[in-house]
Design a protein around this ligand. Structure first.
Ligand code: AHM
Ligand code: MG
Length: 282
């Protein structure tokens, strides 16, 4: 798996270069989930595909930007699912964006997820990698090289509250829960990019990120294979909890379709246990 992480670090430099230099306009098509695609989404997707498709360890590539699975090597060990540019809607405002990678051994699911990684393209490039069963490791790109920074460990409780979706469409129990956290002193930190938002909670030691079901999006917005499962593995490995609205571990969800979505709640233990109490989950 280390070679996959090494390649992620290499492609991140190329992606960073095109984020900085390329046209931010839209292409004429939409992607597999009907989102409008930026030229950057497509360019990042191609960079990742090229970097991995000849690696004999890779059985298949599944991209958020493509409808179909790309079969690579029949005897390959891993299926790599990735979101090449998370935060397409905020890149034009020059906010931090990211890329997310989930490494599956076998048919993609929470059980077969053996590793995960994400990249933050902010003022600096940071990469977090995780081998299942170990702790997430944070690297920073400084002076032309990646430097191991530290292992990531969440505290019992944090002070960040980040919830997605339009408040107009939140359900009453979600409104009550989120407002209750603010009333207790939690700070709003929501950029519209799940990578920087979830990363901030991880590196500041705790808090809550939620993307609930809403009246307009009953399954939430975030995709299980590319976005939700890799972060669920990372949050659990860091000592946090990652569940859906019914209190099920996200890693235990069944995946009906590569582009399936789910409501999701990631956080340190206190906030998630409070969420369960408020939502009436055993
Ligand atoms: P994207 O992959 O098209 O960028 O969409 C995913 C993003 C997440 O990064 C972020 O958490 C969410 O969409 C924000 O959605 P909303 O604006 O509905 O809160
Ligand atoms: Mg995304």
């Amino acid at each position: 798996m280390q070679t996959i992480f090494d390649t992620i670090k290499e492609v991140s430099l190329k992606i960073d270069e095109i984020i900085i230099n390329e046209d931010l306009g839209y292409v004429d098509e939409t992607n597999a989930t009907g989102d409008q695609q930026l030229k950057l989404d497509v360019a990042c997707d191609i960079i990742i595909e090229k970097a991995f498709r000849d690696n004999p360890e890779i059985k298949a590539l599944i991209s958020e930007e493509k409808e179909d699975v790309m079969e690579c090597h029949e005897d390959g060990k891993y299926t790599l699912c990735y979101d090449p540019l998370d935060g397409s809607s905020i890149v034009d405002a020059n906010l931090a964006v990211g890329a997310i990678f989930a490494i599956y051994e076998g048919e993609p699911s929470g059980d077969t997820l053996v590793g995960a990684s994400y990249v933050v393209f902010g003022p600096r490039i940071e990469v977090v990698t995780l081998v299942r069963g170990e702790k997430p490791i944070r690297y920073r790109y400084i002076n032309g090289a990646y430097q191991l920074f530290h292992e990531i460990q969440l505290g019992e409780k944090g002070h960040i509250n980040a919830s997605g979706g339009s408040q107009k469409h939140w359900q009453d129990h979600h409104i009550k829960f989120i407002h209750g956290l603010f009333a207790d002193g939690y700070r709003l930190r929501y950029s519209g990019g799940m990578v920087p938002d979830l990363h901030q909670i991880l590196v500041k030691g705790g808090g809550l990120f939620s993307y609930p079901s809403t009246a307009d999006n009953p399954n939430g917005k975030l995709r299980i294979l590319f976005e939700v499962l890799p972060f669920a593995l990372i949050y659990e490995a860091a000592g946090g909890i990652a569940i859906d609205e019914k209190g099920r571990r996200l890693l235990e969800l069944t995946v009906s379709h590569p582009h399936a979505r789910t409501p999701c709640f990631f956080g340190s233990r206190y906030e998630i246990n409070r969420f369960k109490d408020e939502y009436g989950i055993e």
